[in-house]
Design a protein around this ligand. Structure first.
Ligand code: SF4
Length: 334
């Protein structure tokens, strides 16, 4: 691409490609306000930066999750089908047994996916209670029987004791999302807990040398500039993996009628996230099938270098095999 024909703000951002240094927040704000028709120029730069600096180069990071405990959560996250404050029609069950987890994990391996996350609904674990101990036992069993698998967890807010236990049991990554700009969490996401509790958990994880997977969700009523605030909050927290979700409005939740985010805004958000985090793994997660539809591939060319495959917590995604074919085609664009 002839850089002389580029918009001056995108041209200036090509500096990231030379230096590997992230754009500033002020530059991100300028890029965020560019008209939608320039999204592809921005995506093209983000794709080059991803190829040069994104962790793993041309390799796409795939992971799969299992909803190991579903529903009846006492928290009131507005987007979530599992909150008992909401009225979504979902399957509800207590913590599953080790055998079910093993079956899912084996399936993950047989489909060529290296990272498998155990996810539980609920606030989290401030202490090691019997349920948390069962999760630790599951992690041990997975490590013993499937040593090639990287085991991750997403169990909500943690206290000191559970965080250090997860480190001792060797999890690969811990997922806990800040979802939106921290100062908007209370209004846009939930008021039964605070974003500070989640940030404290992230600090605890880092103190215990656990790699943090932390990102957010688009389409919950945030502005483009607030998305930039979230991206830079993640930079401050120095997380390793950034999953970006797009709201899939679920009937029975307060956000069921939310308007979809435009494809151009989603592409811009991924591209700006890559320019602010040149070296990180950025994954696209929920929403890519339902919201992005035929434009899914565009996200991989907008700076993402990973994806969540095989379905989400309460909504189905694409089959892992379909995703592998898709990833193969996208990688060939690199
Ligand atoms: S996102 Fe997690 S904490 Fe929030 S309502 Fe859903 S299950 Fe509960």
């Amino acid at each position: 691409m002839d850089q002389n024909t580029l918009h001056p703000q995108i041209k200036a951002a090509y500096r990231v490609l030379e230096t590997g240094e992230p754009i500033s927040r002020a530059e991100a704000v300028q890029l965020a306000t560019l008209p939608g028709e320039l999204a592809l120029d921005l995506a093209s730069l983000a794709n080059k930066v991803k190829n040069r600096y994104g962790s793993g180069g041309e390799y796409l990071h795939a992971c799969s999750i299992m909803n190991a405990k579903s529903g009846v959560c006492g928290e009131n996250c507005k987007f979530c089908a599992q909150s008992r404050h909401n009225h979504a029609d979902i399957e509800v069950y207590d913590l599953v047994n080790e055998e079910s987890v093993l079956i899912e994990a084996r399936n993950c391996i047989s489909e060529g996916v290296s990272h498998f996350g155990i996810v539980t609904s609920g606030y989290g674990y401030k202490k090691i209670n019997p349920e948390f101990q069962k999760v630790l036992d599951m992690i041990d069993r997975l490590h013993k029987e499937l040593p090639e698998l990287s085991v991750c967890a997403s169990l909500g807010v943690l206290g000191e004791e559970p965080a250090s236990a997860l480190a001792a049991h060797g999890i690969a990554h811990y997922n806990i999302n800040i979802q939106v700009a921290p100062d908007r969490y209370h209004d846009l996401i939930a008021d039964t807990h605070t974003v500070e509790e989640r940030i404290e958990t992230i600090k605890l994880l880092r103190k215990n040398n656990i790699s943090v997977c932390c990102g957010g969700i688009m389409g919950v009523g945030e502005t483009m500039l607030e998305r930039i605030d979230m991206i830079y909050a993640l930079q401050e927290l120095d997380v390793s993996v950034i999953p970006l979700n797009v709201l899939v409005p679920i009937n029975g939740t307060p956000l069921e009628g939310n308007a979809p985010v435009s494809v151009a805004d989603i592409v811009k958000t991924f591209a700006i996230c890559r320019l602010a985090h040149p070296h990180k793994v950025i994954k696209f997660a929920a929403g890519r099938e339902t919201i992005m539809k035929d434009f899914q591939g565009l996200l991989m060319l907008s700076g993402a270098n990973g994806y969540l495959t095989g379905g989400y917590l309460t909504t189905r995604g694409r089959d892992i095999a379909d995703d592998r074919r898709f990833a193969g085609q996208i990688a060939s664009f690199n």
